[in-house]
Design a protein around this ligand. Structure first.
Ligand code: URA
Ligand code: CA
Length: 447
């Protein structure tokens, strides 16, 4: 090409559409190093402000998915299902979900990521389990999936190589929350990961990258189109992220919450998202004919202990010590643990999920820069949800921190994130829409 990449940045800056060749030029150059990170950063910001057409987003996704190895799962038996969240706070969905779905007969070879910005990542959480290996070889991964129906590994450096670089740059350049960048990041990885069915959990609200419901629905539609156009059955649910989904925020603390889900006592809102996605996986896997049958099967897998047992088997197969399931104290523990009490009486009007995610990140549960080491023990556990009644002095959270100073700072952040008002407010609707090619956008009315 005679033109310089700077001219391409100018073109996007002025709102022009990049051609298929131009998108490949960018992504190939990013991967080979011929386009420096500062030019990619500028291009990302231009995309952030100017957006991308459906064609550009689809080309970008294709370039990301073919920028590294494309996984071949054909050696695995059955219909392979993958699940991905667009990123949230207290979003402890994947770990219990795959244990429940696998115990019901689904096949879930799951490739997961690390935290991004204020949102947590499944791989970081799993690393708090003593011995758990997230870096399985492809053959070890296939063996665990064939024996137990599921395994979870870190997206290897060789899959969707371009996404690794884009993700790291977006995380530090204020360009995470862009629809085409989120869609191509998620679907680029999913297309390379070899599953037949992709179930997406697209978050909307203060703790999501898409803060408006309409944006989340648009993101979901874009990802369903990309998946279906590439031959994958793709179904998305849009779920609430205006308040944290579960109660626990922090890596080891979220593992404890995952176990609680499998033991049948976890926050209703978290369980509702898990079971909704599980219903879809069991239907798409042709294990059941309808949602009612799926729900009955999943709930009995929890009640009977079958799902928990499957989780223990997967942990052991991946080198982990499942003792933590009954002895959570063997997981990393923070030095300081302190309650946070409500300063006033009334009803919880809002809990800013992003501020809660950032409070945990500031303790060391997430990364400020890509090189940061994270502290698996720290975080916080909330005792309230929007709509709950509270009285002054009533415990609303516990902070788990390295130092007393951190505990004080975190308490202030939590109190700043929670609004207590005089009048009761309606609870957020947990699952707001389903998007699929067959049915389009189906919205669920508040009950
Ligand atoms: N999850 C991803 O994998 N990518 C994003 O851009 C956001 C959430
Ligand atoms: Ca290429």
């Amino acid at each position: 090409m005679n033109r310089s990449f700077a001219e391409l940045i100018e073109q996007k800056k002025r709102g022009g559409e990049l051609s298929e060749q131009e998108v490949s030029w960018w992504i190939d150059g990013l991967v080979s190093g011929s386009i420096p990170d500062y030019q990619t950063s500028a291009m990302l910001m231009a995309v952030y402000f100017r957006g991308m057409s459906a064609r550009e987003t689809s080309w970008l996704t294709h370039c990301i998915s073919t920028s590294g190895d494309v996984i071949d799962l054909s050696a695995l038996k059955g219909i392979k299902c993958d699940k991905h969240s667009s990123g949230g706070v207290a979003d402890t969905v994947s770990i219990p979900l795959i244990a429940i779905a696998a115990s019901c007969g689904a096949v879930m070879p799951k490739m997961s990521g690390r935290g991004l910005g204020h949102s947590g990542g499944t791989i970081d959480k799993l690393e708090s389990i003593p011995g758990f290996n997230v870096n399985l070889t492809p053959s070890a991964f296939a063996e665990v999936v064939n024996r137990f129906g599921a395994a979870i590994m870190a997206q290897t450096g060789d899959v969707a190589v371009a996404d690794k670089k884009l993700y790291a740059l977006r995380d530090v350049t204020g360009t995470i929350d862009s629809l085409p960048l989120v869609a191509s990041s998620i679907m680029g990885k999913k297309l390379a990961s070899g599953a037949d069915v992709i179930v997406l959990d697209v978050k909307w609200g203060s703790g999501a990258f898409m803060t408006l419901k309409s944006e989340a629905i648009e993101l979901a539609k874009t990802m369903v189109d990309i998946g279906e156009d590439n031959g994958k059955t793709t179904v998305a649910y849009v779920t609430d992220m205006n308040e944290p989904l579960g109660n626990a925020v922090g890596n080891a603390l979220e593992i404890v919450e995952a176990v609680q889900v499998l033991k049948g006592h976890a926050p209703a809102k978290l369980v509702e998202v898990i079971l909704t996605l599980c219903d879809e996986i069991l239907m798409q896997s042709e294990i059941v004919k309808n949602r009612e049958a799926a729900r009955t099967m999943a709930m009995s897998a929890i009640a009977s202990g079958k799902a928990l047992q499957r989780f223990a088997e997967i942990v052991r197969a991946q080198g982990g010590d499942p003792t933590f399931i009954d002895q959570p104290e063997i997981l990393p523990q923070a030095a300081v643990r302190r309650p946070v009490n409500s300063p006033g009486s009334g009803f919880v009007t809002s809990i800013d999920a992003k501020a809660i995610g950032l409070a945990a990140m500031h303790l060391g549960a997430g990364r400020r820069t890509k090189q940061d080491a994270i502290d698996l023990a720290v975080g916080l556990v909330l005792d309230i949800k929007t709509g709950d009644a509270v009285s002054a002095g009533h415990q609303i959270a516990t902070v788990h921190t390295r130092t007393e100073d951190d505990a004080v700072a975190c308490e202030q952040e939590i109190l700043g994130a929670i609004v207590v008002g005089e009048a009761p407010v309606p609870r957020w609707q947990t699952v707001v829409a389903k998007i699929s090619r067959a049915d389009g956008v189906v919205t669920y009315e508040p009950s």
